[in-house]
Design a protein around this ligand. Structure first.
Ligand code: ADP
Ligand code: ZN
Length: 518
């Protein structure tokens, strides 16, 4: 666009010059100027003036959206609004104030109000930080420059800093605007973590550009990070990113509002229960909820169904959490080992953590190389008790416990490695940090750091792990019949939904409980 416009301008300019030259030549030779050359001259002069004064709108916009040295910082006025963001009420309130400021920065300057130059949005990935920043620009009706911190981190010293200056120069041309730097950790990690000249220069350039603004300028820099504590403290000082807004994982009600928002444009069947889905999606981010509904919609469209069914949603849920089912390739003996292992997990979860929602147990290979999985969703808790963590560890060890219980020590499979790693991490935290390893007043981790010298942390963890392993082995052997029954059902049906597991377990678990109580 810009190029052809320039060519057109050049063409008219050339025509004007030709016209003048022609008339001069004619004046010199014949003392009279022909009508044709007069017309040519005046038309070309007129066109040149018009073209120079009138530049199309698209070109004026592209002047502020120039590509910055290989980065994709294209300024757009987003059509996104705060109503497109569900939940996050506190963050929205804080940003609405800033939208008002962007609409009328002079007003704030008149009151002598010092607005934040930078706002740091922090929280887990997928919680809507980018969405909020876009909504702010959309609401204020100003251009939005979006970049990622890694765009600035270059191999060559000085390149990153140059890019920062370039970005601010372009943004200044745009007048009022929002600059959004995603994953700012890449350029603003705590300096003592890793000493890098390049990163220091880039960061310093950002800080000095930010201090160059006045409140009346109406330029707002937003940044996002997953972890506030890993950032260079210089970034968070007054006059820089001095407003920090937490964007956390949604709670149950918030998940419901996100699900409602994203099903607005989708034909959902009446039997889809969004409230139930909101209950079962503990620790899901807004992005995973959106992707779950999207998966369900794709499945329904693939079937040419009239509506998105509860089954579509359930399958999308499994896929989002555990990855898509793959065809089973194991032979019967391997299949039995996997079935026993998963049955061990499922039974322990059901017995030890009845408050968890046991969504599905499967022996079909899933994403991430898992041979099978038991999917259980814990209820939302503010604080975990020792008993909760111990139950979690036992459920993790229950797969291995079931393998040994039925097949003996010789029947160990490689399928338990991830379980063992997670159980060890949990026990490590219990013993080393939480005082749950027998000495309730001692944080062994801190003790080691403060007083130096070795402590027998590893030995303590080991003891705790085998104690919990013995406990869950005893529990499973008390319910050996049910364990085998569940494994058989898995061999036959390969994947069981929560209700099916309850059917198999429900009666036999309570029967066995009665038997063992007698
Ligand atoms: P982040 O920047 O925190 O990683 P994003 O803003 O990129 O997360 O979120 C990705 C997508 O997830 C959004 O485009 C939106 O579809 C969905 N999403 C996340 N949080 C919300 C929310 N609170 N309300 C509505 N949609 C959300
Ligand atoms: Zn396992």
């Amino acid at each position: 666009m810009k190029r052809s416009w320039n060519l057109l301008c050049l063409g008219t300019f050339a025509a004007t010059v030709c016209g003048i030259a022609l008339s001069l030549a004619q004046t010199a030779s014949s003392h009279s100027v022909s009508v044709a050359s007069r017309v040519l001259l005046s038309v070309s002069v007129m066109m040149f003036v018009i073209l120079a004064l009138w530049r199309p709108r698209a070109m004026r916009e592209s002047a502020i959206s120039g590509k910055i040295d290989g980065m994709n910082a294209v300024a757009k006025r987003p059509d996104c609004r705060f109503e497109d963001v569900a939940a996050n009420e506190e963050a929205k309130r804080s940003l609405m104030e800033l939208a008002d400021y962007l609409r009328d920065p002079e007003k704030y300057a008149r009151y002598g109000a010092r607005m934040p130059r930078g706002v740091m949005l922090y929280g887990p990935p997928g919680t809507g930080k980018t969405l909020l920043a876009r909504a702010l620009a959309g609401e204020a009706g100003v251009p939005f420059f979006a970049l990622s911190g890694s765009d600035f981190v270059q191999m060559y010293v000085g390149v990153g800093a140059g890019r920062v200056r370039e970005l601010f120069k372009t943004a200044r041309k745009a007048g009022k605007c929002v600059i959004f730097i995603d994953e700012i950790d890449a350029m603003g990690k705590s300096r003592d973590n890793q000493n890098s000249d390049e990163r220091d220069q880039t960061l310093n350039a950002l800080l000095s550009e930010m201090s160059g603004f006045r409140t009346g300028d109406g330029v707002l820099v937003l940044a996002a990070t997953n972890r506030l504590d890993s950032l260079d403290p210089a970034l968070l000082r007054a006059g820089r990113f001095d407003r920090q807004i937490e964007v956390g994982l949604p709670g149950r009600e918030e998940r419901l509002s996100i699900l409602k928002l994203h099903s607005r444009n989708k034909p959902m069947d009446e039997d889809v229960d969004l409230e139930k889905l909101a209950r079962e999606t503990t620790r899901f981010s807004g992005a995973s909820l959106e992707s779950l509904l999207n998966e369900a919609a794709i499945a329904a469209a693939g079937r040419d169904a009239e509506k998105i069914s509860a089954q579509d949603v359930r399958e999308a849920f499994y896929r989002t959490v555990a990855g898509a089912d793959h065809a089973i390739t194991a032979n019967d003996q391997e299949k039995l080992a996997i079935a026993l292992h998963e049955a061990g997990h499922a039974l322990a979860i059901r017995l030890l953590m009845p408050e968890n929602h046991l969504a599905r147990v499967s022996i079909l290979p899933a994403g991430g190389g898992a041979a099978g999985y038991s999917l259980s969703i814990p209820p939302e808790r503010v604080m975990l008790r020792q008993e909760d963590i111990e139950n979690q560890v036992q459920s993790l060890l229950a797969g291995r416990a079931a393998e040994i219980m039925i097949g003996g020590e010789g029947a160990l499979t490689a399928g338990a490695s991830n379980d063992l790693a997670r159980a060890t991490e949990l026990v490590g935290a219990m013993v080393m940090e939480l005082g749950m390893g027998g000495e309730p007043a001692v944080s062994f981790r801190t003790l080691g750091r403060v007083c130096g010298g070795g402590n027998d942390g590893a030995e303590k963890c080991r003891k705790k792990l085998s104690e919990l392993f013995d406990r869950v082995t005893r529990l499973l052997s008390q319910h050996a019949q049910t364990l085998v029954k569940l494994a058989d059902a898995l061999m036959e049906r390969e994947a069981l939904a929560g209700e099916e597991i309850d059917e198999i377990l429900g009666t036999s678990v309570s029967n066995e409980r009665q038997v063992s109580a007698k």
